[in-house]
Design a protein around this ligand. Structure first.
Ligand code: MN
Length: 196
């Protein structure tokens, strides 16, 4: 086993009532695990065998890219969520306001990006060459393939919300943004990106 499923940073029921233990048991226990298993199978016959996860993501195409990126995306997504929601710090809010005018406007734009992404994918807040940007990623696409640093993501594949919200992606995104974002993690990502 070359790549392993990282532990979930909280209990499977910790994000209730916004994300149920049943969703987490499928999303983490089945989907995320399947990407890890597929990656381990595919890497066996690849010249990239022995490279670390990020190197595989940058250098691969096709199934190997899809599965390696999805392993990374899900680990990052779990870390973006927390049962102990605290609002963003005043300092980070100020940084957001510089680009998006107000924190409310940022949330609106982020939500809009997540809701309008066609099909499966991810909504991202990224650090791109000194700028904060909201971008959409289809399927497994992720910021590091575009020389951007991921700061925050919400998974908008249907498996992320269908058990709890059925087809109401907007409500899922709204509830996650309002109640579950780990702003401390987002801010740490921002500070790291800015100082590197
Ligand atoms: Mn997912």
């Amino acid at each position: 086993m070359l790549y392993t499923l990282p532990p979930l940073p909280y209990e499977q029921n910790a994000l209730e009532p916004y994300i149920s233990a049943e969703t987490i048991s499928y999303h983490y226990g089945k989907h995320h695990q399947a990407y890890v298993n597929n990656l381990n199978k595919l890497i066996e016959n690849s010249p990239l065998k022995g490279k670390n996860l990020e190197e595989v993501i940058i250098e691969s195409e096709g199934g190997l890219f899809n599965n390696s990126a999805q392993v990374w995306n899900h680990t990052f997504y779990w870390n973006c969520l927390t049962p102990n929601f605290t609002p963003p710090s005043p300092a980070f809010s100020k940084e957001i306001e510089k680009t998006f005018v107000s924190f409310e406007a940022f949330l609106d734009q982020f939500k809009n990006s997540a809701v309008t992404l066609f099909g499966s994918g991810w909504a991202w807040l990224v650090y791109d060459n000194g700028n904060l940007k909201i971008v959409q990623g289809s399927n497994a696409d992720l910021p590091m393939r575009h020389n951007q640093v991921a700061l925050l993501t919400i998974d908008v594949w249907e498996h992320a919300y269908y058990i709890d919200y059925r087809n109401d992606r907007a409500k899922y995104v709204e509830q996650v943004l309002k109640n579950l974002i780990n702003w401390k993690f987002v801010e740490e990502n921002y500070e790291k990106a800015r100082s590197s």
